[in-house]
Each structure stands twice: as C-alpha cells, then as structure tokens.
Design a protein around this ligand. Structure first.
Ligand code: SF4
Ligand code: SF4
Length: 495
C-alpha cells in the first residue's frame, strides 16, 4: 500500500524533498478509503469553493496546506491611518505595512518566480501595502500583468483602503483578480475621524469628519461594485478598544448587506516603538480574549475570518510562517524561469491528504456534537507546522492555533503568537512566562513533543500540555480529548 499521507506531512517541513514529493504524486495510490472526497463545505456553492479552496486566507481549511506571498510594489498611499507608520522597516517585525525592501514590477516578477520554484505550497500573490494597491495603480497593474503571463494559475489578490477602489473595479475584473480586501474600520464618519486624520482625494487633502465621510462612501461604493461583478471581497477591520470595538457590530451588518464574503476583525497592534499615532499616544490594542469575545458576538453576521496572521507586507510562506528573508533580492538569480513541476506535484499529494483530513474532521466533529454537555466547552491550543496535524514541538512553536470544542462541534477560533521557547536547545524561563501569558484562557495544549520542565510550569499555571496526540489530525486529537475530558478530569484524560 502506498503512503502518500506521510509524504504530504513531511512535505510541510522545510526544505521540501522534491523527489519524495514527486514520487508520491506519481504513485497515484492512496491509503485512505476517503480518497477523492471533497473538502467543500455543504453550504457552499461549488463555484465559490473552486475559487477559494486553495486560498489560505479565504478558506480556513486551505490555510493548513497553501501559502501566500506579498510583494511590496505600491508604496504610495492616499490616506493616513492612526495605526500606520510606513517608514518603519524591521525584519523582526511582523505586522501589516512592515517591509524590508520595496520592489519594482520587474523585481517582483523575479521574486515571485523564484519563490514559486522553491515553495510548492504557493497559491496566492497579494499586494498588501505598505501603501495602497489601488492608489499606486500603475505599479499594481504592471506587476500583475507580468506575473500572470508566467504563472497563469496563481491567484492575484489586492488589499486596499477603498478610497481609489471604485476607479479600478472594472480593470480588476478584466485582470481576473478574484479576491479583494478592503479595510473598513467604521461606517460612522464621527468614529472615522478618530482613526483617519486626513485623506487625499480629487487633488486635495481633506480632514476630520468630512474626510471620513468621503472614505466611507467610497468604501461602500467599491464593495457594492465588486459584489456586482462577483469578485469575492474580504473586509478587514482593526479593532481599536474604546474607538470602534462596539461599532464593528454595525460595520459587520453593513458589509454583510453589501455582499462581503468574509469579515476579518484584527487586533490593533500598538507600540510606541512603532512610531504610530496610536503607539505614541498610548492607545492600547485588545487582549486575545477581548478579540475573541467580539468575534463571538459577530457570529451569525457576515462570515468571520479568524485565522488571519496580520502578515508583513513582504511575507512568504504558509500563514504563521515567514520565509521572506530567504528570498531577498540579493539572493535571487538575475534570470529566472518558472518550473511548474513542484507546485503540480504538491497539489496532487495535497488533494489526497485533504480528502482524508475532511473525513477525519467530520467524524470528530460529529462525535463532539453527540457527546457535548451543557457548558462543556474546551479551549485547546495546538502546535502545528501545517497539514492540519499536531506536528510541532512545544518549544519550536511560534504560534498556537486555538480551537473551541463544544456543542457546536470543533471550531477554529484564532491563534496566539509566541516567541520560541526553545532557542538552540535551551528553554528560557522568561520566554515561557510570555508563552503562558499568551495562552490566557486555554485549557489544554497539544503538541508533538514537550519537555518535563515546561510541562510542569504549564501545569502550575493551570494549563494541561500533552504530546499524547502527536501527528494526529487536529480535530481527531481534540475529539478524543473532548470525549475523554467530560466525565473525567483533563489531567486523567491526557495521562
Ligand atoms: S491605508 Fe495602509 S498604507 Fe495607507 S496609512 Fe492606512 S495602513 Fe498605512
Ligand atoms: S494578513 Fe491576513 S488576510 Fe492578509 S495574507 Fe496574512 S493571513 Fe491572509
């Protein structure tokens, strides 16, 4: 019997062993009885699924398998947000708008081809700041034109503040840009005036409420135009405590009514060292539990994206990882030619793995729903490096994916970023304190391996950590944990 599933799992660790990947793709066999079953959710049109199934941001399920890259080609911006400082440049920072090198369209083409040849998970190319892809339109269009010729199956994505969007919707549709993100933080200009000090529109600067009103009207018009053309639109909203947190419920209603496909509520990142207005004036961001509470209140409105990682504007790789520093311009060959073999082989292997994963997930979710008890909710943090499995060591994790098991099933509800606890084999107590703080509210941590010392410290903090479910699918592991937990103490369940 062939073993494509473990090849796929291994393939998600870097560097990918291309020969093994290719052999698995050619083998054609599958160890799973569910091979070929679709991962499509029952309540989604086949056409929409086809457009999002390999998009790591538009499909939570796809983000276990597929990667995106951003190219920073459009640095000019037509508004100022109080949470942005486009001058900031630090390779250690991970947040939107931060970038180590800006590219010309030709440099971007070189970089995208080099990445596509090395990172077979790559499925999406985005232009997501710093700057605005619609305002700096000539560079956006030139970049997409070049890359679409070389890699016709790559999905093209833009992110925009929406002010110049209505001017380019028809061109976006003509260029087959099927995924657009608009950042919408308010639908009330009075609130907008607290977020945007000015905009530049029709050759002049506008300030205050008048500026926010223009921005709001252009954002709504742009969203309606995209919806009318069938383009899938995601709305990003930055949650700013005391400014727009309550108001985002209203924003969710407005964007749902205008056809938004997803609503992604992200926490404000604010630090004086970033030099932003909010950072310098002490505006705080929300805690992980405040963000989750708001997202929970928004359930039932526009569908939520909860797996956003607030990537750098030059991010490369699976969500949650950033391989951008491996592909800086000085490391790229002068001449590049696209070789589609790796990406094609990877897709074949993943298609089989996904069928198996979906079957395992459905069965685990059904079991949790069946056995759920009143108030039986479990928040579980998972260390994973992709493939939908519990396959990362506790000490190597840069983030934990958080799932909630309850009468609703097993639902991905977010992630918690952490510093690596294990640096070159030595655990740092100070770092572990930070990890424990980041795991606020979590009952159980699942990982591939954990040492006695961190496990004991987590236990002392009221968090149970176990490697008992190493290499299982995440939902299978959580399902088993849930079944064992309710009726017995967690500590007994993982013993
Ligand atoms: S639209 Fe983007 S690039 Fe422009 S100020 Fe806001 S966050 Fe910064
Ligand atoms: S910032 Fe969020 S939406 Fe954008 S690529 Fe990263 S995960 Fe996807």
């Amino acid at each position: 019997m062939n073993q494509p599933l473990m090849i796929s799992l291994d393939s998600l660790a870097q560097p990918i062993d291309f020969e093994a990947l290719e052999a698995a793709a050619k083998s054609g066999g599958c160890a799973s009885s569910s091979c070929g079953s679709s991962a499509k959710p029952d309540d989604m049109d086949a056409d929409v699924w086809e457009r999002i199934k390999d998009h790591p941001c538009y499909s939570e399920e796809a983000h276990h398998y597929f990667a995106r890259m951003h190219v920073a080609v459009a640095p000019a911006c037509n508004i100022q947000c109080h949470y942005c400082n486009r001058k900031y440049d630090c390779a250690n920072e991970s947040r939107p708008g931060v970038v180590s090198e800006k590219l010309t369209p030709d440099q971007a083409r070189r970089k995208v081809i080099a990445v596509a040849n090395e990172v077979p998970q790559l499925s999406v190319l985005g232009i997501a700041g710093p700057g605005d892809a619609c305002y700096d339109w000539t560079k956006t269009r030139a970049t997409f034109d070049r890359i679409a010729k070389d890699i016709p199956d790559i999905k093209l994505c833009i992110s925009t503040n929406g002010l110049a969007l209505p001017d380019h919707v028809d061109e976006l549709a003509a260029m087959n840009v099927d995924h657009v993100t608009i950042t919408i933080n308010m639908v009330d200009p009075e609130i907008g005036a607290k977020i945007y000090p000015w905009i530049f529109y029709q050759h002049r600067r506008w300030h205050g409420v008048e500026a926010a009103r223009i921005l709001h009207e252009r954002q709504m018009l742009g969203l309606e135009m995209l919806t009318a053309r069938g383009i899938l639109t995601k709305i990003n909203s930055v949650m700013i405590p005391g400014i727009n947190d309550e108001h985002l419920i209203e924003v969710n209603r407005w964007v749902k009514a205008r056809g938004a496909f997803l609503h992604n509520v992200m926490p404000l990142i604010s630090d004086p060292a970033h030099g932003t207005h909010y950072g310098l004036t002490g505006q705080r961001g929300p805690t992980a539990m405040e963000l989750k509470a708001l997202q929970d209140r928004l359930e039932g409105g526009a569908k939520l994206m909860r797996h956003c990682r607030q990537c750098r504007a030059d991010a490369v790789g699976l969500l949650g990882e950033d391989r951008g520093q491996e592909f800086t311009l000085d490391q790229l060959p002068e001449a590049v030619a696209y070789d589609p073999a790796k990406r094609a082989a990877y897709r074949e292997v993943v298609a089989r793995e996904r069928g198996d994963h979906v079957a395992a997930k459905q069965s685990a979710v059904a079991a949790v729903k069946d056995s759920a008890q009143e108030g039986g909710t479990l928040l579980v943090a998972v260390a994973t490096k992709g493939g939908g499995r519990v396959n990362e060591h506790f000490g190597h994790a840069r983030e934990f994916q958080v799932y909630e098991a309850s009468a609703k099933g097993i639902v991905f509800v977010g992630h918690r970023k952490v510093d690596n606890y294990c640096m070159g084999g030595f655990g740092e107590d100070a770092t572990l304190d930070g990890v424990i703080a980041a795991l606020e509210g979590i009952a159980v941590v699942l990982c591939a391996k954990i040492g006695d010392c961190p496990q004991d410290m987590l236990t002392a903090a009221g968090i149970t950590a176990t490697d008992r479910y190493a290499l299982d699918y995440i939902e299978t592991a959580i399902g088993a944990l849930y079944a064992a937990t309710f009726g017995r103490a967690i500590e007994q369940a993982v013993a």
